[in-house]
Design a protein around this ligand. Sequence first.
Ligand code: ATP
Ligand code: MG
Length: 461
Amino acid sequence: MLKKLFQSFRFPLRRIPPARRTPEILSSRQHSLQRNAISRNAVNVVQRLQQAGYEAYVVGGCVRDLLLDLDPKDYDVATSATPEQVRAEFRNARVIGRRFKLVHVHFGREIIEVATFRANHPEEDDEEEASHLAARNESGRILRDNVYGTLDDDAQRRDFTINALYYDPTSERILDHTHGVHDIRNRLIRLIGDPEQRYQEDPVRMLRAVRFAAKLDFEIERHSAEPIAELADLLDGIPSARLFDETLKLFLGGKAERTFELLLEYDLFAPLFPASAAALERNPEYAGTLIRNALANTDLRIQQGKPVTPAFLFAALLWPALPARVLELQDRGMPPIPAMQEAAHDIIWEQCQRTAIPKRFTIPMREIWDMQERLPRRQGRRADQLLENPRFRAGYDFLLLRESAGEKTGGLGDWWTDYQEASDSDRRSMIRNLSGKDDAAPRKRRRSGGRRRRGADAPAE
Ligand code: ATP
Ligand code: MG
C-alpha cells in the first residue's frame, strides 16, 4: 500500500516507467580511449559530480572523435544532476539556453558543457503536465525539450549511435546503449530509432548526418539515408537563425567540398540556398565550379590554420545567383548599376529568410560584391585607393575565384597580382599603360555607346 502510494507519488502522470535497458559495457582493455587524452577539466567536472553523488559521464562527439583518433572540438558531460544542482557544485558555472537548458562550466577559455539526462519527448496523450516542458508542432517537430530522464533515456534521445557513447573516466569504461562502437568500427552514421520519425522530430538531423559523414568520412547507413531526400523540405520549417548556425558548421568544418557534394546528393542544398540551387541548375558548369573552388579554398585555409570569414563564403555561394536577377531587372528597364545593387540586396534578403545571416556578415558580403565593380576601374589614384581599402584583399581573392570559374575579366586578376608586387614607378607605368576602355568613366561611356551591360561582372549565362 505504502509502496503503491509512493510509486504514484513519484510517477503521478506516467503510466509505467519504461524498462531500463542495459548497455554494453566496454572495459578499458576493450576500447582505445585513454583517460589522459581527455581534457583535464572535463574529467574534473565528471569526478566532482560523481563525488557529489550524481551519475556523470563524458559523452557525445568527444568520445566519438577520441575513438577515431581525432581531436575533439569540445567536451560535453551528461549527468543525473539537474542544471541547478550542477551550478551549485561549481563556482564558475552558468545555466544557459532555452531550447535545452544546459550548464557551462568555465575554465579560462575552455567551457565544459554539462547537460542533464533527458528523455525523448513523451507521446502526445502521455503527459499533459509535461507540455510546458516539451512541445511538438503539427509535423512532429520538437519545440522545447526539457524532460529529464535516465541515462538510457538520454542515450535513446541522441541523434546517431556514434554520438551516444558515454565514457566514465573513473572506471575508464564506455557505456554503449545503441551499438555505437560497432558503427564507429564500420564507419556508419546510423540514426537511433525510426529514421523517418527522428528526422521529423528534428529535421536538422538530416544536415547533421551529412556533416558527420563528410567530417568523419563515414557512410550514412541505408535506412538512415533513405528518407532524407523525401523529407528535405522539412528544413523550411526550421528557424533561420538555427539554420545559419548549422550552415556555418557544414561549411567551416574543414570538409566543405565533400559536404557540398553530399548536400546535393541528398537534395539538402536547395532548401538551404534556393537561389544558388536554381543557378546551379541553370548553369551547372560555371556555378558548380565557382562554389566548389570557394569551398576547396575554405578547406585549404582551415587546414593551414588561416582565418576564414563567413562573409566570403556566403558571397561565393550566392554570387552565381546574381546574373539572372540582374538581367531580369535590366529587362524591366533598370540601368545596370542600380540593377546590380537591387539584385544583390534582394538575394541577400531572401537568403536571410532561410539562414539568418547577421549584419556583421551581410555588410562585408556587399562590400566584396561592390569591390567587383570597382576593381576594373584603376585609373588615376583609384588603384592605390582600392589597395588601401580594408576589403581589398577579400575583393581581390573573390576576383580570382570568379576567374577560376571561367569568368572573362581581361586578365584583371593578373594585373592586380602584378600591381601589388610592383615598385612605385612600375605601378605608375602600369596605370599609364591601361587602355582607356577599362577605366576613367565606364558608366558614361557604356551608356553613350548604347551597349547593354550584362549586369556588373555577370558571366555569360
Ligand atoms: P561536433 O561538436 O564535433 O560538431 P558533436 O557530436 O559533439 O559534434 P554537438 O552539436 O556538439 O555535436 O552535440 C553534442 C551531442 O548532443 C551530440 O553528440 C549528440 O549526442 C547530441 N545532439 C546534438 N544535436 C542533436 C539533435 N539535433 N538531436 C539529437 N541529439 C543531438
Ligand atoms: Mg560537440
